[in-house]
Ligand binder design. Structure first.
Ligand code: HDD
Length: 685
């Protein structure tokens, strides 16, 4: 806690010592009274009524009754981690922001990833946008970059945010569906809001079913300003690029992962950090000036538009490393309070009407969620730099000023004063015009970038978009809504509209919706495709090895070594979690029992079976599904000869293809090398 000369902030009344305690410590009440019996309430007689005076019981139950705080109205399900941002290329030419000045300097961060629509207990693999919120504890205050894994948004003006979220969440009369947009209300709203069409292309793409948080990009979305020491402003868009590359799951995998492990994403982040395999992203900036903004065919203040990386390259300036899990989920992940309004000298807002609205919403929502105006006293929200102000009192005030003067100016010579030289100053943009509720004409093109996104995808990705649209719209019961969506797709790509119409069994193709502005033909942007930029590494991925008794331990060792050397994690699966015995009597421990470890949880799989083992697996439904799904999902597969001969034909109707490897003595290396391709795409084409 920072002090200045005259005023001290501390927990009024002195130090407190609350720890979880150990078995050698006596349990106490909240106020420190030792507890003699934590098993039984205080009663009259052996079987008599309880006594109201039982403060030990009442305090315990009272506290339990109040354990929950309101979940976030959006982004309720999330997972946080701690780490640092390291500057690799100073931006001192463009901004006075302290964290961007000195190469190699590290700034502490807290990051929370989230899904948007689902409740706190929903499953991780919902088809949804992922939140990517970063709190930088800089030397000049906290900067919160509250972004998503998609660079654009559904709506242009914050006025429509409650409508969007109402439409996306459970329908209000029935309270379902949970964590999905595949329902009438969502598509009704979307089909009446052409401005959402660009975002619709993104949410129906594989971006919304990421393999894990570690394999997705992040974006600040809005155009912000960087402001240098002389007050010069440059526009900026922020990008996070995952070190391990981009990767998504298939929809069929997502559905099955949700059942097998609804915590798939949070477990992945937790495991990676615990194993020392620290998740990492590069921070990139797209910077541009007013002249570019004026010449760009779309409005840079419109959050439904992006600036293609081919037009303004992304300059990498630093890296984000997550190297610590939280100590307590509630204290940190639940109580962390992000605010777009938290910016620091050298960074400023733009007039993006979505951003302007967000700046009100985040402060307001924290008051509701965290219960009072002192939520910045909670350690995860408190700045790491000194802070001094005259704000006082309120619910749960943890740091209370000491000293006579609590106002400014004062003639006691007490307290902090503002500093016009070093303090935050807003960029003095000239503004003027009539006061009106209006949407700028420059925001009127709703289809051109939606089309650009679509034509930038590979054929497989385009097919996935069409399938996702057909899936979601097939869940809409009102035929007019389905047709209205198709009427917009006609403005994006006629082939896509046709495919979706066929998938829906639409008998008559609707008229195309009338665009407010004609669609502008743009060049494809490869940076928008996941598959056009393959990671080329198996690092950070998981290999699931299904083993049986009687296998040759050499095959197992060679495979494990090759995978581990490639930076992958090996998970051993067997009929029983106790493991198996090799043909030489060696024990191989299993991590998972086959029923609890379907192949959707792994990036590639291998089946190491002896002759007896292969016959046994052939008779086990979960083992057959393990292999059949791995094949259907385009995974690379490695098999011992008995597994190929006796197990494969019982599990997979097709013949093995080029993505299936034999685990003879040299097979492990070529199999693991192939795994860097992540999937055998020919099988899925
Ligand atoms: Fe928001 C949470 C991202 C538009 C109002 N938002 C929230 C979180 C993320 C985003 C990542 C979770 C933060 C956390 O982990 O605690 N939101 C975005 C992005 C947007 C966006 C990238 C568009 C570019 N949001 C947006 C608008 C409004 C809000 C237009 C309201 C006018 N968002 C909220 C909120 C939340 C929130 C209600 C819920 C919980 C919270 O803030 O702390 O205030």
């Amino acid at each position: 806690m920072a002090k200045d000369d005259t005023r001290t902030d501390h927990g009024t009344g002195g130090e407190t010592h609350q720890t979880a305690g150990g078995p050698h410590e006596t349990m106490t009440t909240q106020v420190g009274m030792p507890v003699s019996d934590d098993q039984n309430t205080l009663k009259v007689g052996d079987r008599g009524p309880h006594l109201l005076e039982d403060q030990v019981f009442r305090e315990k139950i009272f506290h339990f009754d109040h354990e929950r705080i309101p979940e976030r109205v959006v982004h309720a399900r999330g997972y946080g981690a701690r780490g640092y941002f390291e500057l690799t290329d100073p931006l001192s030419d463009l901004t006075r922001a302290d964290l961007f000045q000195r190469k190699g300097e590290k700034t502490e961060v807290f990051v929370r990833f989230s899904t948007v629509a689902g409740n706190k207990g929903s499953a991780d693999l919902a088809r949804d946008v992922r939140g990517f919120a970063v709190k930088f504890y800089t030397k000049e205050g906290n900067w919160d970059l509250v972004g998503n894994n998609i660079p654009v948004f559904f709506i242009q003006d914050a006025m429509k945010f409650p409508d969007l979220i109402h439409a996306a969440k459970q329908e209000p009369d029935r309270g379902f569906p949970q964590a999905q947009t595949a329902h009438d209300n969502f598509w009704d709203f979307i089909s009446l809001m052409p401005e959402s069409m660009h975002m619709v292309m993104w949410i129906m793409s594989d971006r919304t079913i990421p393999r894990s948080f570690r394999f997705m990009e992040g974006f600040g979305v809005h155009t912000f300003r960087l402001v240098d020491g002389a007050g010069k402003s440059t526009f900026v868009k922020f990008h996070w690029k995952p070190k391990l590359g981009l990767q998504s799951v298939l929809w069929d995998e997502a559905v099955k992962i949700n059942g097998a492990d609804p915590d798939f994403h949070r477990r992945d982040l937790w495991d990676a950090i615990q194993m020392g395999d620290f998740p990492e992203w590069e921070l990139g900036v797209q910077v541009f000036d007013d002249a570019f903004a004026d010449s760009f065919p779309f409005d840079v203040l419109d959050a439904t538009k992006l600036i293609p990386e081919e037009d303004v390259p992304v300059r990498i300036v630093g890296r984000l490393v997550l190297d610590r899990v939280v100590d307590n989920f509630f204290a940190e992940t639940e109580q962390v309070a992000f605010q777009t309004g938290n910016i620091v000298p050298g960074i400023d807002h733009s007039n993006d009407p979505l951003l302007q609205g967000r700046n009100f919403s985040y402060l307001d929502t924290q008051l509701k969620r965290l219960g009072g105006p002192n939520f910045n006293h909670i350690p995860v929200n408190a700045p790491r730099c000194p802070f001094h102000h005259f704000q006082q009192d309120g619910h749960m005030a943890m740091h209370n000023p000491v000293g006579r003067a609590n106002y400014e100016p004062n003639s006691h010579g007490l307290g902090p004063r503002e500093n016009p030289e070093t303090g935050f100053t807003s960029y003095p943009a000239e503004e003027g015009g009539a006061k009106r509720r209006i949407r700028a004409e420059s925001f009127a093109d709703h289809y051109s970038q939606a089309r650009q996104f679509y034509i930038s995808q590979t054929a497989i990705e385009q097919a996935n978009i069409a399938n996702a649209l057909v899936f979601e719209l097939s869940k809409c019961e009102i035929p007019e809504i389905r047709a209205r969506v198709v009427s917009h797709l006609l403005n994006i790509d006629a082939g896509l509209a046709e495919e979706v119409a066929t998938g829906l069994g639409l008998t008559d193709m609707p008229e195309a919706a009338t665009p407010a502005k004609p669609v502008v033909e743009t060049e494809p942007s490869p940076a928008l495709s996941i598959l056009a930029q393959p990671p080329g590494t198996f690092e950070g991925r998981k290999l699931g090895i299904l083993v049986t008794d009687g296998i040759d331990g050499k095959h197992f060792d060679a495979l494990k070594k090759a995978a581990t050397e490639a930076g992958a994690q090996v998970v051993v699966i067997a009929k029983a979690v106790g493991g198996v015995e090799t043909n030489r009597g060696r024990r191989i421990e299993a991590d998972e029992k086959i029923d609890g470890a379907p192949s959707v949880l792994y990036d590639a799989v291998a089946v190491l079976a002896s002759e007896d083992g292969a016959a046994m697996l052939a008779g086990m439904h979960p083992a057959r599904t393990f292999l059949a799904d791995a094949f259907a999902h385009g995974k690379f597969i490695a098999l011992t000869a008995p597994a190929a001969a006796a197990f494969w034909p019982k599990a997979v109707p097709e013949e093995p293809d080029g993505g299936v490897f034999s685990l003879d003595d040299s097979g492990a290396a070529s199999f693991v090398e192939a795994c860097a391709g992540l999937r055998f795409w020919d099988r899925l084409a």
